[in-house]
Design a protein around this ligand. Structure first.
Ligand SMILES: Cc1cc2nc3c(=O)[nH]c(=O)nc-3n(C[C@H](O)[C@H](O)[C@H](O)COP(=O)(O)OP(=O)(O)OC[C@H]3O[C@@H](n4cnc5c(N)ncnc54)[C@H](O)[C@@H]3O)c2cc1C
Length: 462
């Protein structure tokens, strides 16, 4: 080990890479990390954090409207997009500095450079024009929006990266995609007053989520005024004489908008970084193939986070980093646990979900019970907002274990975090039943649904 410059070299300063570098350095290891763009990675710079700030910004018009029912007179509000962008920039610059400082504070060395593998123990730093060596190498280079070169006029389209920093707010936008990023941005732009159309090739948006959640969300979004066109794809984008974009859809319809945003998936960052030369095995989608300990086919090279295409979420990348540290530096082989991950979609209304959807549970269990309730949240009574909250528990009819919990409505993401604990612990519906309610809350419904709404036995609803 002494023959190498570092005990660990981390490529990529995002959620996973920074955590691994900081933890290894705090163990007294000689650590360096290279980031080619900005420390903090996708989550901090152009993902979770700016996204959530924009979600907050886009919710104000509804808050202003709802205030009337509570006796407030709100003068006509106006919105300034450049102010939001500038304030977001300030906040992410603050976080970026903290991420970098945390590594350095723990004793790690940080580089602002692209890093390319030269051999299993050497990394070339392009900005420094020098090669350094390391005993262990961790690849945490994340992913980026999937391009769509086959789309005629794709050069006029933007991705989530650009959406955060548009010079001006468009009057009308078309977003293509049906995953959580497309849905969240559709709600953001609509909330900010942009005429928004969501175009998705599949049957239903958010296809991997519980059917009740996605159908209710779809309905509510349409009621708010977001146009959702399923079973459609864009076939051609052209700039018209007014400088706007005409998008021809597979349905034959043409939309005229100011921006087209593609959110059709994400691909791993594995190109042009020397992986082929070192024979690091890549999967079909270009993701790095790893074993259950996040080790690649090369003994001293590891990979975590989005670049491995397992579960593409920030807490998962961080958890994989912690497991890597246990395995590589604490003599305690630990494989990441990807089971029962609570997650949220910051749509409006919000989705919070953990565990199996009803459809998945039916496939895996001979008998399930479904507890479902839909009600107007108390805060919407005086505001008069016509929006329902939905809560659903999916329970194994034999063991009574709660297999899935699904919420659509205000603060659903916060509730999903807490529901993640009983579901991870394998608690039963009886445990939920004997838990006292907190009143008056919306969440109390989760412990007061005593009778199943229906059962499903061998795939048949009874
Ligand atoms: C719009 C959007 C919203 C999201 N919202 C959420 C959310 O609400 N909740 C959630 O949990 N997750 C969310 N995610 C996903 C989350 O951001 C990622 O799962 C997470 O950032 C993955 O972390 P990572 O460390 O694997 O990679 P990243 O955070 O992507 O970091 C990789 C870093 O490596 C750098 N890099 C790449 N190649 C090189 C190289 N050769 N040399 C040096 N540096 C390199 C990149 O510049 C990047 O900074 C969102 C993603 C997007 C795009």
């Amino acid at each position: 080990m002494a023959g190498y410059d570092y005990d660990l070299f981390v490529i990529g300063g995002g959620s996973g890479g920074v955590r691994a570098a900081r933890m290894a350095a705090s163990l007294g290891k000689r650590v360096a990390i290279a980031e080619e763009y900005r420390y903090g990675g996708t989550c901090v710079i152009r993902g979770c954090v700016p996204k959530k700030l924009y979600v907050y910004a886009s919710q104000f018009p509804e808050h202003f409207a709802d205030a009337a029912g509570y006796g407030w007179t709100v003068p006509e509000a106006s919105f300034d997009w450049p102010t939001l962008v500038a304030n977001k920039d300030k906040e992410i610059a603050r976080l970026e500095a903290i991420y970098k400082k945390n590594v350095e504070g723990a004793g790690g060395e940080t580089f602002h450079s692209r890093a390319v593998l030269v051999d299993p123990h050497s990394v070339y730093l392009t900005a420094e024009d020098r090669t350094v060596s390391a005993d262990q190498i961790l690849i945490a280079t994340g992913g980026r929006p999937a391009p769509h070169p086959a789309l005629s006029g794709h050069e006029y389209c933007i991705f989530s990266n650009e959406a955060f920093d548009l010079k001006e707010l468009p009057k009308a936008i078309m977003i293509e995609g049906g995953g959580y990023i497309a849905v969240e941005f559709a709600n953001i732009f609509h909330g900010l007053g942009v005429d928004t159309t969501l175009v998705y090739r599949g049957q239903e948006i958010l296809s991997r989520f519980d059917m009740d959640l996605r159908r209710s969300l779809h309905e509510t979004m349409e009621k708010k005024g977001i146009r959702i066109l399923c079973h459609a794809v864009s076939e051609r984008v052209r700039k018209n004489r007014e400088g706007r974009l005409d998008v021809l859809l597979s349905s034959g319809q043409t939309l005229t908008v100011d921006q087209v945003m593609l959110a059709i998936g994400r691909i791993p960052n594995t190109e042009n970084m020397g992986l082929e030369g070192v024979d690091v095995e890549l999967g079909k989608t270009g993701a790095i193939v790893v074993d259950k300990y996040s080790r690649t086919n090369i003994e001293n090279i590891w990979a975590i986070g989005d670049v491995t295409h397992r579960v593409q979420l920030t807490p998962v990348a961080i958890h994989e980093a912690m497991c890597f540290i246990e395995t590589a530096f604490k003599d305690n082989p630990t494989s990441p646990d990807h089971d029962t991950i609570a997650t949220a979609v910051f749509s409006q209304p919000e989705i919070g979900t953990v565990g199996l959807s009803e459809d998945e549970a039916v496939k895996r269990f001979p008998e399930i019970e479904v507890y479902r309730t839909s009600f107007r949240p108390m805060r919407h009574t005086l505001s008069g907002r016509d929006e329902k909250m939905l809560m659903k528990l999916v329970v194994d009819g034999v063991s009574r274990k709660v297999l899935g919990a699904h919420i659509l409505g205000p603060d659903a993401g916060e509730m999903a975090q807490l529901l993640g604990i009983p579901l991870k612990a394998g608690l039963t519906k009886d445990d939920f039943d004997r838990t006292m309610a907190v009143h008056p809350t919306a969440a109390e419904e989760l412990v007061t649904m005593y009778k199943p709404t229906y059962r499903v036995k061998n795939g048949v609803r009874v």
